[in-house]
Design a protein around this ligand. Structure first.
Ligand code: GDP
Ligand code: GDP
Length: 438
């Protein structure tokens, strides 16, 4: 089932993008201070409680000098609303209701979409309620005082929003995990691909991806569907000899970006090379889950120390991704090949997992009581008020603190380690955002 859509609507400068960013937990959309800039519609993933949805900013209803709600803009907004299950009308609480707000509200009331009214820029609680009350006159229903900048009031607003979203059915479509197989030339990517297709049920192979020459392969195993991404990039080189040094790192980067989980394939005979490090760097940057696949394990002369030594070698080269699980395989003999998809499954689930705020705060409290935050030269101590997971894929936790500058790298690493140890998130990078009081 596609994720339901929540449309954000309102005149320029009321704080729509700020609210979208708050909902999506990322500051990615550009916030314009200049009114009247039309923007492309962008869809962002968001969630509240256990509900996932997409937020679409209608781009700001733009008015000409007479504040007229122009027909073409109306059409754009109508299209955006047409696919939404619920709309959030954003107004500016500090400014009070304007003629334009009334016009949009009148129009919205004629649309077949439920509307929740967000009165933005209500930073102070008492005043916010008074400011919000002024908007009863719009006839949209309960005005919810919020502050997009501070995040206050968003919980109540979202409770009202998700009440309008369709129940997500248990028997959703079969789960699909997007898997990129990347690695240097000749590490055995196409051999692995063939092995996956050979041992599992390949449903459609191959199917075209988004751009003309990307080709994905779908395989199914134990009720899970794996979309092996851009397998053309893996197959093609069979026909063209680029020479040993060439490989399309950009193609690999694109595959990483489209994936949930990356299988980074290494050649056991070569060990970890600089190019492998570069690929791993990108995986971490993009926040993708990852499984390290050490292939050609059959070609290694082994004694009782081999695996131990090899583990140490990998630990030292990939010390910054100790969360990634590894598996020693052979595409030739088939040894441990099924483990690859098992680990990809785990990594994918962890990448998506959400941890409740209370659990995070238990971990934080415990960590702080073992080791208090540093105190600076002026005798001021860092304080962590609370932490909450603001997104998944990858799991991202925001820590609300008095002043991020009071936390040195050492202490930050300590907190990160504690969260890792207690929360797991095996197979996926994790992000921490230290946010001070504004
Ligand atoms: P949009 O044009 O509706 O998308 O509005 P923006 O999100 O670009 O915000 C317009 C202006 O309002 C920016 O200068 C924001 O910093 C400011 N703004 C947004 N949300 C709040 C808020 O909650 N409180 C206050 N005081 N200002 C806000
Ligand atoms: P790609 O360039 O990463 O797609 O690598 P290929 O799958 O084309 O494999 C490159 C070479 O490594 C070929 O000669 C394969 O036969 C060989 N190869 C692939 N997997 C294994 C393996 O598990 N063991 C051994 N010994 N050789 C392998």
């Amino acid at each position: 089932m596609p994720r339901p859509i929540v449309a954000i609507i309102g005149r320029p400068n009321v704080g729509k993008s700020t609210i979208v960013n708050r909902l999506a937990g990322r500051k990615e959309a550009i916030v314009h201070d200049e009114p009247g800039i039309t923007r492309d519609r962008t869809y962002k993933q968001a969630f509240w409680c256990d509900r996932e949805f997409q937020v679409v900013d209608t781009g700001g209803l733009v008015f000409d000098d007479d504040s007229e709600f122009l027909p073409e803009i109306r059409e754009q907004a109508r299209l955006a609303l047409g696919e939404a299950q619920v709309a959030i009308l954003v107004v500016d609480g500090q400014m009070g209701p304007t003629a334009a707000d009334r016009e949009i509200a009148d129009w919205l009331r004629q649309q077949p979409v439920p509307v929740v009214l967000a009165v933005n820029k209500c930073e102070s609680l008492d005043q916010g309620l008074i400011q919000a009350a002024e908007f009863w006159e719009l006839g949209i229903g309960d005005p919810f005082p919020v502050s997009g900048i501070h995040g206050s009031g968003m919980g109540d607003l979202l409770d009202a929003v998700i009440a309008y979203l369709p129940e997500t059915s248990e028997e959703d479509e079969i789960e699909e995990i997007k898997v990129a197989i990347v690695g240097r030339p000749n590490v055995g990517k196409s051999s692995l691909l063939n092995a996956f297709v050979g041992e599992n049920r390949a449903i459609v192979s191959p199917i075209s991806g988004t751009t003309r020459d990307t080709i994905d392969t779908l395989v199914e195993r134990d009720g899970v569907r794996y979309r092996l991404i851009d397998t053309a990039g893996i197959r093609k080189k069979k026909h063209v000899d680029y020479g040993a040094e060439f490989f399309s790192i950009n193609r690999a980067f694109k595959a990483i970006r489209r994936s949930d989980v990356v299988l980074l394939v290494l050649d056991a005979l070569d060990g970890v090379t600089e190019q492998d490090q570069k690929l791993m760097g990108r995986i971490v940057e993009e926040g993708r889950a990852c499984v390290l696949v050490i292939n050609k394990w059959d070609a290694i002369d082994k004694d009782s120390h081999t695996i131990y030594d090899y583990d140490q070698h990998i630990d030292s080269r990939f010390y910054y991704v100790s969360w990634a699980q590894r598996v020693y395989v052979s595409a030739h003999t088939g040894q441990r090949l099924q483990n690859i998809l098992d680990l990809a499954n785990i990594a994918n689930a962890e990448h998506k997992r959400r941890v409740s705020t209370s659990v995070i705060n238990e971990v934080l409290e415990d960590a702080i009581s073992w080791k208090s935050p540093p105190t600076n030269r002026q005798g001021r101590q860092g304080k962590i008020y609370y932490g909450t997971q603001v997104r998944s894929q990858p799991p991202t936790i925001t820590l609300f603190v008095n002043d991020p500058k009071r936390f040195n790298d050492n202490y930050r690493r300590y907190i990160e380690r504690q969260l890792r140890e207690q929360l797991g998130f095996t197979g996926t990078p994790m992000r921490l955002i230290w946010r001070g009081k504004k």
